[in-house]
Design a binder for this molecule. Structure first.
Ligand SMILES: [Cu+2]
Length: 648
């Protein structure tokens, strides 16, 4: 009996004795993909929308590739998963499990989305002896003279100006010895003695060198034309090809001196020290804001830096885009159906932007716990209609979208049709694109146009749950009761504090903790789009507008329009949302509009108005009989577009 047991134990040990794969941090942000080939469009900017992407003819042997008129571009973002602190409206510091920005750090601190195109994301921090990222950055360095960035007297966030991927660093240069080099026509095949760098790519620069046994025609600085080349000697990952200027070069086998030197390159490698310095204790509430354009490909890297205050936990994190039509469960972040990210690992999620609208995202590990602790934020998708060239009829542009398989909408046959043409045809819908016009949806009639947009995320925090989360598990889920009511992570009066809020964390360093103010500044007579998502895990939340009419135009990332094309928008002075719901509303600071031009003839007077909850027990900050879910709406003729402020 004893022997049998011993044998079983050994057997189990051997079953589980699979070599542990080392975790590693990485980022990923390609400039060229199958869907967005860089030879057809520079993926750092959005092309105009003139019609569906042209694809190659259907084939039984290969996928359909874009051949012209590519829509959308590539966007990238990196976030940390870990912990951090925030400051509540009564001054209490609250511990969080949370996401923080690891790219677009200046934009995030300025209250903007941290989503960047490849030419901004793929830029390493300009490290020098006097210029390096320190814990808490950018909060630590802004205003300090010890760590200058791009300026010897950096005092403002705008001057900090670093939005690349934190940690991104050059892969080391490396040299491999050549086993065999041969030529066929002008094509040279190099077979090395060892596997080549996994990241060696077509287009990379390689220096071929060697002694007298290597003919001169092979040598010099060459450009890789193929990698993973099947050959008779070694596996394909030992070989690459390039084009030589001379032909007829003799094959050299078993060279004693030949080498191929691969230059250092930006290929997604990172310096973990920079990531830990910036990412640890850097959690934000709300989690980093994300924004993409319809048709974009979005590469989102989650880097799990661990929770310093809870060394007993080895908590995984994921990203789940809530309510977002996602083609593959693999990138859906539900741990049961997908992967979850361990501490010390990175994972790049991939999304193809779906229909325009306001969505939100959260960690899907023990969702009630990680959401209540703070791991939740917003993502919104801007519509194609923003990219329609000026002067084009919006109705015609939406008709053009009907020829796209994804957005084609035949109300007679498709009851899930999400965005029908507006009723009345082209005659009744004469709106044309104006230069720089911005819309919430592809409306085809211009009715969702706005002047300024504000993401508004509603949260609730239970300080007792957070305190237990900082000290020991398990938290009492059944006792969860909100005592702080937050708009963009802040309760009144912090909601109307401009700029990022910072909190000193357990590492003794100030970190930007609540970067997103909730002040709504509207130019006189203008329209503000409120992208409202309720991320509260325990209660319904109501917001009321005093003095400025509110029109609800979208609900759960869908335009409010019936299948016959009638707009189902409604005017209201309050909205109520449950956790997990989102809604788009327009605040119109105009009393009378010209029926033909839509211009404002009688604006609402300049002044301060309020957006607040009429659930009066939510107008409080824990024991403080003051504060809560409330912010100010400022209408002003002195509006400054660059800073979205009411100016001096
Ligand atoms: Cu989590």
């Amino acid at each position: 009996m004893f022997n049998t047991r011993g044998w079983i134990a050994l057997g189990l040990l051997s079953v589980f004795a699979i070599p542990a794969l080392a975790q590693s941090f990485r980022v990923q942000c390609p400039t060229n993909t199958v869907t967005h080939p860089s030879n057809l469009h520079d993926n750092n900017s959005e092309p105009a929308y003139t019609g569906p992407t042209t694809l190659s003819a259907p084939s039984t042997t290969t996928f359909q590739a874009p051949t012209a008129n590519v829509n959308g571009a590539i966007k990238c973002q990196q976030i940390s998963g870990g912990d951090g602190y925030s400051t509540m409206g009564d001054g209490t510091q609250t511990y969080m499990f949370s996401f923080g920005p690891l790219s677009g750090i200046t934009d995030i601190a300025l209250g903007k989305p941290g989503t960047e195109p490849p030419n901004v994301f793929n830029v390493p921090f300009p490290v020098s002896t006097s210029n390096f990222l320190v814990p808490g950055d950018p909060a630590t360095s802004v205003g300090a003279t010890a760590v200058p960035l791009n300026s010897s007297a950096m005092t403002s966030l705008a001057a900090y100006n670093y939005n690349g991927a934190v940690g991104l660093d050059y892969d080391v240069a490396n040299t491999v010895s050549i086993y065999d080099i041969s030529e066929s026509g002008n094509t040279v095949t190099v077979v090395a003695n060892s596997p080549l760098d996994l990241n060696l790519q077509v287009g990379a620069s390689v220096v071929i060198a060697g002694g007298t046994d290597i003919p001169a025609g092979y040598k010099g600085n060459v450009t890789v034309t193929a990698v993973n080349v099947p050959n008779a000697i070694f596996p394909p990952n030992f070989a690459f090809q390039y084009t030589a200027t001379t032909t007829g070069l003799a094959q050299v086998t078993v060279t004693s001196t030949g080498t191929a030197s691969i230059a250092k390159a930006i290929d997604g490698h990172v310096d973990p020290r920079q990531i830990m310095d910036v990412g640890v204790m850097n959690g934000n509430i709300p989690a980093p804001l994300m924004a993409i354009d319809e048709d974009d490909e979005f590469f989102l890297t989650l880097t799990n830096v661990g929770m310093i205050m809870r060394p007993d936990l080895f908590e995984q994190h994921t990203v789940h885009f809530h309510g977002y039509p996602n083609a593959s469960a693999f990138y859906d972040g539900v741990p049961d159906a997908s992967v979850a990210i361990n501490i010390a690992a990175s994972f790049t999620y991939y999304y193809l932007a779906p229909d325009a609208g306001t969505y939100f995202w959260h960690c899907h590990i023990t969702p009630p716990e990680h959401l209540q602790m703070g791991m939740v934020g917003q993502i919104y998708v801007r519509p194609r209609q923003n990219r329609v060239p000026a002067g084009t009829s919006l109705y015609t542009a939406l008709q053009t979208q009907q020829t796209d398989l994804r957005t084609g909408c035949n109300s007679a046959t498709d009851i899930l049709c999400s965005n029908p043409l507006p009723a009345g045809g082209a005659t009744a819908n004469a709106a044309a694109q104006v230069a720089g016009g911005k819309y919430a949806y592809n409306d085809g009639d211009g009715t969702t146009r706005y002047d300024v947009e504000y993401p508004l995320q509603i949260h609730g925090f239970d300080p007792n749950f957070h305190f237990v989360g900082m000290t020991f598990n398990p938290e009492g889920f059944a006792d969860m009761k909100d005592k702080y009511f937050l708009l963009n992570g802040r309760s009144y009066p912090d909601t109307v504090t401009p700029g990022p809020l910072q909190t000193q964390s357990a590492d003794g360093v100030e970190h930007f903790s609540q970067p997103l103010p909730a002040i709504i500044n509207i130019p006189s007579g203008g329209k503000a789009l409120l992208r409202i998502s309720d991320l509260d895990v325990s209660e319904y939340q109501t917001l009321a507008s005093l003095g400025i009419p509110m029109t609800v135009i979208g609900y759960n990332a869908k335009l409010l329009r019936d299948q016959a094309g009638n707009n189902m928008y409604y005017a209201t002075n309050s909205i109520t949302l449950g956790g997990g719901e989102s809604l788009d509303a327009i605040l119109d600071a105009c009393q009378v509009r010209n029926a033909t031009t839509g211009g404002c003839t009688t604006p609402i007077p300049d002044g301060t108005y309020y957006l607040y909850t009429p659930s009066l027990d939510h107008l409080s900050n824990d024991a403080e009989n003051f504060g809560g879910l409330m912010t100010e709406v400022h209408v002003c003729t002195t509006y400054v577009a660059a800073t979205k402020s009411c100016g001096a």
